[in-house]
Design a binder for this molecule. Structure first.
Ligand code: GAL
Length: 639
């Protein structure tokens, strides 16, 4: 990004024609340099099949250009028009129970209908050709939040596409039967034509079948997006292509590699905030997930008002919070932030999703707060283009394991809890899913990576041989990519590098107060634990209760730790190990998020009380002695 993008989502179709120039002038006056538009306007762009009319947006784009405002256009394919669904009902999505989704909301189409793909390609091509000459159209958003409302689809076209996908993957139906273990409960197929997407069953389903369905769902989304990306690249190679994630059943590594210049994110901290004032900090985990795919990303929708839909209402941002959340996005990696939305709609399904301006359109505390942010960014925005958050620690999370874990879900991964604990202690962490990137970190944690192959084991070995610290944990390495267990002792492919084997395991019985003792402290185990037998490794942690009392629970083998249990409630264990290997400073306060950029450090106070801390704040250009409630300060720190 050449300049820091700051702006809002703007929907000219929701207002009178005469409002548009006035709105854009106000957008400019707010200090914005960018708007995002168009992502739900298909019924206006193509009122009748093949008759395209983009005048609604071309006037706005032209007016924005005069004002020096850049535009990101969205392809409108998340909201197909009525005539399309009427003419071709097969484009509609069907839920697992067989109910056909109807026109009347959005995302009611499926991603595998050849007809839908054809119409999406046509509207994309018409739109891109129309705007190709507009210099201020700097980028495209593909569709909108793919898989946001429904991440599964069971239409006829999905069944047909699933069969083709499976035939491509397995070649013969015999190979499919073997890969899925279909002899179990008499599930064998005689022919690919018998296979369908997995539908509701009386009891537990075949895990390999469902995992493949999730992998397939992701591929259908990537194929769907690729059609649009290829068209945009053909006509506007200089514009960037992005998409606003992150939702279930999408492998964002595939989506980003195949279709995007970078992935983007929509940040709505109030979904966490409903809990307690400090919980906005939880967004850090989402941003770490974003950085796995795009080190630099845009926040295409940043919450700017109280959020609600017809069935719920979230609290309004308290004074200071919009600014706080904006800087949180930025310090965590965003190189542009667009507020959702300029003004609250008077009609439609989102009358309760408040934008910067309320229904009346007048100035309010939120618009003044945003002016303060844009004023600051005009002075210091470049810092955030130059300096990035750098993490010494990463937590592994790959799509295949996410899918497998969704199916065999008696134990939830500790990944999020570990991240939160590290974040609380000022230890910055990324999420990663690319073995090539292991060497970027001093410590990589692999929580419960059940599906793993020799290639991953070798990558971890190389990382540890080069001085990296790897921390593996319970239920690792035992499954192959078909999510079948290996006929070996756990941790399967990791056994040699972990230097231990698992001799037995158990769910934590309710009557047991099981803990692991490590370096003089005890950490309560939950859900599940394994009794380890050191082979080439040494025991560094032992259980405290039950019939494995004093037996190994943590084994260290060179630079690799293997922790044989789950610690949802006590992720401190991980932090205690990690902090031996990375520099970090004690937090100013438990509710203050500290983000160290290159030469600058940002302190974000997520609490509703002032926190004593002193320095010179670059944002407000003044000396300070406390960070106010929901306040932010940016310090320059001599290295
Ligand atoms: C996002 C979506 C927007 C709008 C917003 C507020 O998820 O992309 O179109 O719906 O939420 O609900």
């Amino acid at each position: 990004m050449k300049k820091f993008l700051i702006g809002c989502c703007y929907y000219p179709s929701h207002w009178e024609d005469a409002d548009m120039p006035k709105d854009l002038a106000r957008i400019k006056d707010l200090g914005f340099n960018c708007v995002r538009m168009g992502e739900f306007d298909w019924s206006m762009f193509e009122k009748e099949e093949g008759r395209y009319d983009f005048s609604l947006l071309s006037d706005t784009v032209a007016c924005a250009e005069k004002l020096g405002i850049d535009v990101i256009l969205g392809t409108p394919t998340a909201a197909p028009p009525k005539w399309l669904a009427d003419k071709y009902p097969e484009v509609l999505c069907v839920d697992a129970g067989g109910t056909l989704m109807q026109h009347g909301s959005r995302q009611h189409h499926n991603h595998t209908s050849g007809i839908y793909l054809k119409y999406c390609a046509a509207i994309t091509e018409a739109m891109v050709k129309h705007f190709a000459g507009c210099k201020n159209v700097i980028g495209w958003q593909l569709d909108n939040e793919l898989n946001c409302h429904r991440a599964e689809s069971y239409a006829e076209s999905d069944d047909a596409a699933f069969r083709i996908w499976l035939a491509g993957k397995y070649g013969t139906v015999e190979a499919l039967n073997k890969a899925w273990g279909n002899r179990f409960w008499s599930l064998e197929f005689n022919d690919f034509s018998q296979v369908t997407c997995p539908r509701p069953k009386p009891t537990h389903s075949n895990p390999s079948w469902i995992t493949d369905y999730y992998l397939f769902m992701s591929d259908t989304v990537v194929n769907f997006a690729a059609v649009q990306a290829d068209i945009i690249r053909r006509y506007m190679p200089e514009a960037f292509i992005t998409h606003n994630g992150m939702f279930p059943n999408i492998n964002y590594r595939d989506l980003t590699d195949r279709c995007l210049d970078f992935l983007s994110y929509d940040s709505y901290p109030s979904f966490n905030e409903a809990g307690s004032p400090g919980s906005g900090r939880k967004m850090a985990y989402k941003f770490a997930g974003m950085r796995d795919f795009s080190k630099e990303f845009l926040v295409l929708e940043q919450q700017s008002g109280p959020g609600g839909q017809l069935s719920y209402m979230l609290p309004t941002p308290r004074p200071g919070q919009i600014r706080l959340w904006t800087y949180q996005s930025i310090a965590n990696g965003a190189v542009g932030v667009l507020y959702f939305r300029y003004r609250t709609a008077l009609f439609g399904a989102e009358q309760l999703w408040y934008g910067i301006y309320d229904h009346d359109g007048g100035e309010n505390y939120r618009s003044w707060e945003i002016r303060k942010v844009t004023g600051e960014l005009a002075r210091v925005g470049d810092i955030f283009l130059r300096e990035r958050l750098r993490c010494d620690v990463a937590i592994w999370s790959d799509y295949h394991n996410i899918c497998a874990n969704k199916v065999e879900n008696f134990a939830k991964s500790d990944a999020r809890e570990i991240f939160t604990e590290l974040n609380r202690r000022n230890i910055a962490a990324d999420m990663i899913s690319d073995p090539e990137r292991l060497s970027d970190y001093k410590v990589v944690i692999f929580p419960h990576v059940a599906v793993a192959d020799e290639a991953l084991a070798e990558a971890i070995c190389r990382f540890a041989d080069m001085g990296g610290i790897a921390i593996l944990s319970a239920r690792s390495g035992m499954k192959d990519r078909n999510v079948q267990y290996r006929p070996t002792k756990a941790p399967g492919v990791f056994r040699e590098l972990a230097g231990c084997r698992v001799d037995w395991f158990t769910a934590v019985p309710g009557y047991e107060d099981q803990r692991i003792r490590f370096e003089g402290r005890e950490y309560p185990v939950d859900t599940y634990y394994e009794m380890l037998v050191p082979e080439s490794g040494e025991c560094v942690g032992t259980y405290t209760d039950g019939f494995c009392k004093d037996q190994p629970g943590i084994v260290k083998c060179g630079n690799v730790y293997y922790i044989g249990a789950y610690f949802h409630k006590a992720p401190e264990l991980y932090a205690e190990i990690v902090k031996k290997y990375v520099d970090h400073r004690d937090p100013v306060d438990p509710d203050v998020e500290e983000i160290r950029l290159g030469e600058h450090t940002m302190y974000l106070n997520h609490s509703d009380r002032a926190v004593a801390f002193a320095g010179y704040d670059i944002l407000e250009e003044k000396q300070f002695t406390e960070i106010p409630a929901y306040g932010v300060v940016l310090l320059w720190e001599e290295k």
